[in-house]
Design a protein around this ligand. Structure first.
Ligand code: GZL
Length: 308
């Protein structure tokens, strides 16, 4: 019988294998996170990498599952933004044993074994907290009034929530009149920020300042403040962190008084780190992202140029 028709074409030489990057994202909880995800996806495409991407809906067990699936798929590099600081050693050891390098972006882990990851690319959240506190200390430096502060913390156990609180408290303790009278997590979301701010307003008759660990919680709190018949930015001074578009718009309207920028555009630095790791280069264990601060007036001026 005639042999099966062989392909007339010579077998194509396997295209040199594309770099595969497995990224386990925190979730889609905030405008910052959306901008961060977009930066990672665009940068991976620009680098010609095959990106495998997962959204953990802010649950650590989902991130761990995603990392395990990347190990099974034998990706070249794993990167992720740890939703909380603790509980990563086991899965990171599995990646190490599988010979897959890991890069941390955005948030840190508290592992004492720093051989479990190649580098951590992200902001200095303690410094962000200090910058928030310093603006408040400067604002009230000549005042003898007792200033009641309420704080909307980020996700419990996350590096930004822990560190932004630490940095803020470190600076405001220089003025005994600046008192944090209530502090609770709003989980970095607008809905929770609104809900917790409502409870703050019910429980405290005098609130002078809100310190929100991100713009989304500040924007949720603004809804609650306005629903209570108060003027955000006037009756209650608002300091926020991130600097996403909606945060800048609120600041340009005078509803947020001071924004500490937290840069989400980590994609380019991540892809460079991926390439350096694959090229066998040694890279800095810690890569700090550049970012600034903006008063309402500065936010208004900068708004047209903002990329996210
Ligand atoms: C900070 C990042 C935080 C943002 C929030 O680097 O981890 O998570 O400040 C986001 O908006 O939800």
């Amino acid at each position: 019988s005639a042999p099966a028709a062989a392909s007339s074409e010579p077998a194509a030489a396997p295209a040199d294998k594309k770099v595969t990057l497995g990224f386990a994202q925190v979730g889609a909880e905030s405008g910052w996170r959306t901008a961060n995800t977009n930066s990672i996806k665009e940068s991976a495409a620009a680098a010609g990498y095959d990106l495998k991407f997962s959204d953990a809906q802010q649950k650590q067990e989902n991130q761990i599952k995603a990392i395990r699936s990347y190990i099974q798929q034998k990706v070249d590099v794993i990167a992720f933004s740890p939703v909380v600081e603790s509980g990563w050693d086991t899965v990171l050891k599995e990646a190490k044993d599988a010979g897959i390098p890991v890069i941390l972006t955005d948030r840190a882990v508290d592992s004492s074994d720093t051989s479990l990851y190649e580098t951590f690319i992200g902001s200095d959240f303690v410094e962000e907290g200090r910058r928030a506190g310093q603006w408040l200390v400067d604002k009230y430096k000549d005042s003898a009034e007792e200033i009641n502060i309420v704080e909307l913390q980020g996700t419990t156990g996350s590096a930004p929530a822990i560190d932004r609180k630490t940095g803020f408290e470190e600076v405001i303790k220089s003025n005994a009149n600046l008192k944090v009278i209530a502090s609770q997590t709003g989980d970095f979301t607008r809905a929770k920020g609104n809900e917790v701010m409502q409870s703050f307003l019910k429980a405290n008759k005098k609130i002078d300042v809100l310190y929100a660990h991100n713009d989304d919680m500040a924007l949720g709190a603004i809804q609650a403040i306005e629903a209570a018949g108060l003027k955000p930015g006037e009756d209650i001074i608002i300091i926020s962190v991130d600097g996403v578009k909606d945060g800048f718009i609120a600041a340009s309207e005078g509803k947020i008084n001071f924004i500490v920028e937290c840069n989400p555009l980590l994609g380019p630095q991540l892809m460079q780190a991926v390439q350096d790791v694959l090229d066998g280069k040694t890279i800095e264990k810690r890569i700090v992202t550049e970012e600034g601060v903006f008063t309402s007036e500065q936010a208004k001026a900068a708004l047209p140029d903002r990329k996210y």
